[in-house]
Design a protein around this ligand. Structure first.
Ligand code: ZN
Ligand code: MN
Length: 480
């Protein structure tokens, strides 16, 4: 039987603020356990939360960037559940009045655009973190409350995704938007960005949604993609056998690459949501919305479109350049310095700069070759030829020197002087009569060999185009 897969994603992003959502404790990652806590984030009796304005502004900015309708009235609610890393036994979250509703994100899959609807965007607090000792036989767990109370943005999609590729593109696009607007560092290795996937199957052509399974706390995009593949095969084999897929929450085991049942699916009423009495509601007026809108930079989708129009580079290349805001800035700085070669600059960045950044595991911000240095290399390239330009580029990275100074130091300027090259070519032909004869008999590779020999003599400085011309002329004259 053929099935259609229906997927939605919930994303949790830790917001980039100095202090926590309801207290002054630091949000710094990686400190000694339980050194960034106070009575408020430990949930001790009698304490009162005070809202972090920055966290709220970040959330509003994100909701606007995801094209949400902004609620005029927002409030917080208590979401009750028990877990050892949740000291208050409830999470302060939003349920009835979210900051944003009914937004969307446009993604591109295989060159086709698709709109993924956002159900809502809301603000809530992080829980602490359980640490399970790795010593074998340890029968206890430890809890670190440094993370408790860190502001967390939750972004919930509609079940609009139909393939692994769409999910992947959505995750990347969303992450890119959050990075562009600067509300989260999105470091997945530090847990700043986490996903939960809901996955169900239905017979192709059916309008009825199948029972869905939710997978909690996925810490990497890779894990999300793996769990989807796993669930599709698990659920379709159940359906093939005529069995039901249970509505449940499952956990992904990355070590064994399987999902395991955690609990039956909870419903909203299980959480006993009720309005948080210790926090005042927040009203968002039009002025605040307008003000926030002015702080949103050009987002990846429009930047990509503008790059295509303004610099006449391909949509694919524009996609790579705008995938990272810093890389897009680097490109535009280059183009600002030399308007006449955007295509060539884009090629250098996509092929050479990106390769070096990957190899050196660094980012373009810390890259030793500045936009000015790259532009200078591109400008001097006609005089040295492409292959030497590549060597100069590597030399620039190794030494931090500019292209003109490397070219001068090593006297790399290409020989373009035809009379000088004429003599060298004549000599090479004399020394390689067999190859010259072969070429006369129509063996094309003989020419490549002869040019190679000439390159050796000139230490790669001869202009290959001019060389080819001279050889062709001389050899055809000789064979007459
Ligand atoms: Zn605190
Ligand atoms: Mn949540």
């Amino acid at each position: 039987m053929k099935y259609e897969v229906v997927m939605g994603l919930e994303t949790h992003a830790e917001l980039d603020t100095e202090s926590k959502l309801f207290c002054g404790c630091s949000t710094k990652f990686g400190s000694e356990p339980n050194t960034q806590t106070c009575p408020v984030c430990l949930g001790l009796p009698g304490v009162l939360p005070v809202m972090n304005k920055k966290a709220f502004e970040h959330s509003l900015k994100a909701a606007l960037s995801l094209s949400c309708e902004i609620s005029e009235f927002t409030n917080f609610d208590r979401k009750s559940y028990y877990y050892p890393d949740l000291p208050k036994n409830y999470q302060t979250s939003q349920n009835y009045f979210n900051i944003g509703n009914n937004g969307y994100v446009d993604i591109v899959v295989k060159g086709k655009e698709k709109r993924i609807d956002i159900h809502n965007v809301h603000l809530e607090e992080e829980a602490g973190k359980l640490v399970h000792p790795e010593t074998s036989g340890a029968n206890y767990s430890l809890v670190d409350f440094n993370r408790a109370g860190v502001p967390l943005l939750e972004i919930v999609t509609q079940p609009d995704m139909r393939s692994v590729e769409e999910v992947e593109s959505y995750m990347q696009t969303l992450r890119n938007i959050l990075l562009y607007i600067g509300v989260s560092d999105c470091k997945m290795q530090e847990g700043s960005l986490r996903f939960e996937a809901s996955i169900s199957l239905r017979e192709e052509g059916s309008n009825v949604l199948g029972n869905r399974v939710e997978i909690k706390n996925l810490n990497s995009m890779k894990a999300v993609l793996k769990v989807i593949a796993y669930e599709i095969s698990r659920q379709s084999s159940l359906l093939d056998k005529g069995e039901d897929v249970l509505m449940e929450t499952r956990l992904w085991d990355d070590v064994d690459s399987v999902s395991r049942r955690m609990r039956s699916k909870e419903e909203a009423h299980d959480y006993r949501y009720f309005p948080e009495p210790d926090l005042v509601p927040v009203w968002i007026d039009q002025e605040w919305i307008d003000e926030t809108r002015t702080t949103i930079p050009e987002l990846p989708v429009s930047k990509r479109q503008r790059f295509v129009n303004e610099y006449t580079i391909s949509d694919y290349d524009a996609g790579i350049l705008t995938d990272d805001k810093l890389l897009a800035d680097y490109f535009e700085e280059c183009v600002g310095l030399s308007q006449d070669s955007p295509k060539e600059l884009s090629n250098w960045i996509i092929n050479d700069v990106l390769r070096e950044l990957n190899e050196r595991k660094t980012n373009v911000q810390d890259f030793i070759v500045s936009p000015k240095m790259l532009v200078d290399l591109v400008k001097i390239k006609p005089a040295i030829g492409s292959s030497i330009a590549k060597d100069v580029f590597v030399e620039m990275i190794n030494t931090g020197k500019t292209a003109p100074s490397i070219v001068k130091e090593k006297s790399l300027t290409q020989m373009g002087d035809v009379s000088e090259l004429n003599d060298i070519v004549a000599k090479v032909i004399d020394e390689n009569p067999k190859a010259a004869e072969d070429y006369g008999k129509g063996k094309k590779s003989a020419l490549t060999f002869l040019i190679g020999q000439t390159m050796k003599v000139t230490k790669g400085k001869a202009n290959p185009k001019i060389l080819t011309e001279i050889f062709k002329e001389k050899l055809s004259a000789g064979s007459k």
